[in-house]
Each structure stands twice: as structure tokens, then as C-alpha cells.
Ligand binder design. Structure first.
Ligand SMILES: [Zn+2]
Length: 150
């Protein structure tokens, strides 16, 4: 009978987990950076600062404690933002919406509370709407005019 192997010390286990998370971060961030460039919200006003890796909604750092690295850091739930747009997002001046379960791997939409404008990515480029244009579309939806389109 084989003797029971000595359990791995906790510090060694933690170091291995840290190396694993660092490898996941490096790979996902490289993919997202190649996909988005300097800032994914570059159509929203002016960019400023360095390129930063931002996590969306429920993948924001405080909400992912204890989550596996592969779940915590995904291309669907993260994007590159400049310092200005990252701060705007974190401080609630910029809202970011996903169009589909593909999240940031698909088209995103942005609403700037400062500029009072809505921007949505489409396959033919970015479409920009003012509040009165959004109101007109909302009225069409409310009156059932787009029932067959949605
Ligand atoms: Zn920016």
C-alpha cells in the first residue's frame, strides 16, 4: 500500500492559483486589447489617459471575489476603455449596454449622461441618437408601430 501523499502547503497552492489567474488575465486582456484597440467608447466625446481593462456589470471586481479566473475574466464581459471613459463608467456618467449574450464580443451601446447622447454599434458603424430621437423611437414602440419589427 502506498503511503498517503503529504498535502501541498497552503502557500504553494495559493501561489499556483495566482500564477494561473495571471495567465488567464494576460490571455483575455491581450484578446480584448486586439479587439477594441485603445478605447471601445472612443465615439463618446473625447478620450484621455491610458488604455485600461474594464469589467462590465456583474464582473466588476468587488462582485467577483472567490469566482474562478475563467469566469471572472471573460472577453464577453470586459472591454478596453481610456482612463476618462473608465472613470465615467465607474462613476455612473456612462452606461454600457450589451445587445446580446455575446456581450462585448458583439455590438455594445453607450449612453453618456454628460452629453445626453446614445451611441450604438451596428454592423455598418456607430449610430448616434439624441434624447429627442430616442423619445421618437420610444413613442413608436409604445404605440405598437414596431410590433412586427421587434
Ligand atoms: Zn475613451
Amino acid at each position: 500500500m502506498q503511503p498517503c501523499p503529504k498535502p501541498e502547503p497552503k502557500s504553494k497552492e495559493r501561489a499556483r492559483e495566482k500564477r494561473h489567474e495571471a495567465a488567464v488575465i494576460k490571455a483575455v486582456r491581450a484578446h480584448v486589447s486586439a479587439r477594441d484597440g485603445y478605447c471601445r467608447a472612443r465615439m463618446v466625446g473625447t478620450c484621455d489617459g491610458r488604455d485600461e481593462w474594464a469589467h462590465l456589470e456583474d464582473k466588476r471586481r468587488a462582485r467577483t471575489v472567490g469566482m474562478a479566473p475563467e469566469e471572472r475574466h471573460t472577453a464577453n464581459d470586459s472591454l478596453m476603455l481610456c482612463t476618462r471613459h473608465h472613470d465615467d463608467y465607474d462613476e455612473g456618467r456612462l452606461a454600457i449596454f450589451k445587445h446580446s449574450p455575446m456581450g462585448a464580443e458583439g455590438h455594445l451601446a453607450f449612453y453618456s449622461y454628460r452629453l445626453r447622447r446614445f451611441y450604438t454599434e451596428t454592423s455598418s458603424g456607430v449610430v448616434q441618437m439624441t434624447l429627442s430621437e430616442i423619445r421618437a423611437v420610444a413613442a413608436l414602440i409604445l404605440h405598437g408601430a414596431l410590433e412586427n419589427e421587434l
